[in-house]
Design a protein around this ligand. Sequence first.
Ligand SMILES: C[S@@+](CC[C@H](N)C(=O)[O-])C[C@H]1O[C@@H](n2cnc3c(N)ncnc32)[C@H](O)[C@@H]1O
Length: 207
Amino acid sequence: MVGTGSALIAALRAGRHSYGIELNPKYAEIARQLVAEERAALGEAAQGLAAEVITGDAARVAEYGLPTIDYVITSPPYWDMLHARGAETQKKRRSAADLDVVYSDDPNDLGNIHDYHAFLEKLVAIYAALKPLLRERAYLTIIVKNVKKGGKIYPLAWDLARALGEIYALKDEKIWCQDNQRLAPYGIGNAWVSNTFHHYCLQFRNE
Ligand SMILES: C[S@@+](CC[C@H](N)C(=O)[O-])C[C@H]1O[C@@H](n2cnc3c(N)ncnc32)[C@H](O)[C@@H]1O
């Protein structure tokens, strides 16, 4: 779920080989271009480093001939949050004509699964299927958020932590705080609810 490839660029700068899988061919192509630009900027420092964008489905990770992996960093679609019409980010994206409002209309896009439990099951299965590829004691960082929808919270980060904690050791959590966002009162007239500013960086280890 490498999107436009920021993780691959960070890996190049850190002198590490990297592989990213992205379902949407448009994003995969942007990632390839950005990787090429970063290679050119880094010059010799990037020579011999793999930074490969695979256009494909993360659910099929076993089919892509990947080598043993030392570290995974990933941020999945936050359920079908991008389909929520009122979402603050969506309003901004709609007004900026060249920005996508949803990632794709591909049925394999996790952001297009509308049943929460079906979504969670598929996401857990994707991360569980990484296990045979991961070096023993390798870390897996998942950046994810609890989702507000229809007047309640679906605790995606916590559900994922609990389910994957059965497969990997849940070692740590860090909060990524988007303190550049403005407070939005969502529940006005009914309840006090605000938008959410914190994402979890869940740290698992292959133990
Ligand atoms: C939150 S974004 C990740 C953004 C990324 N961290 C970046 O720097 O651009 C989630 C990405 O997952 C992709 N995606 C959704 N379902 C997928 C699947 N089944 N396999 C691979 N990628 C998928 C979406 O197209 C989207 O680019």
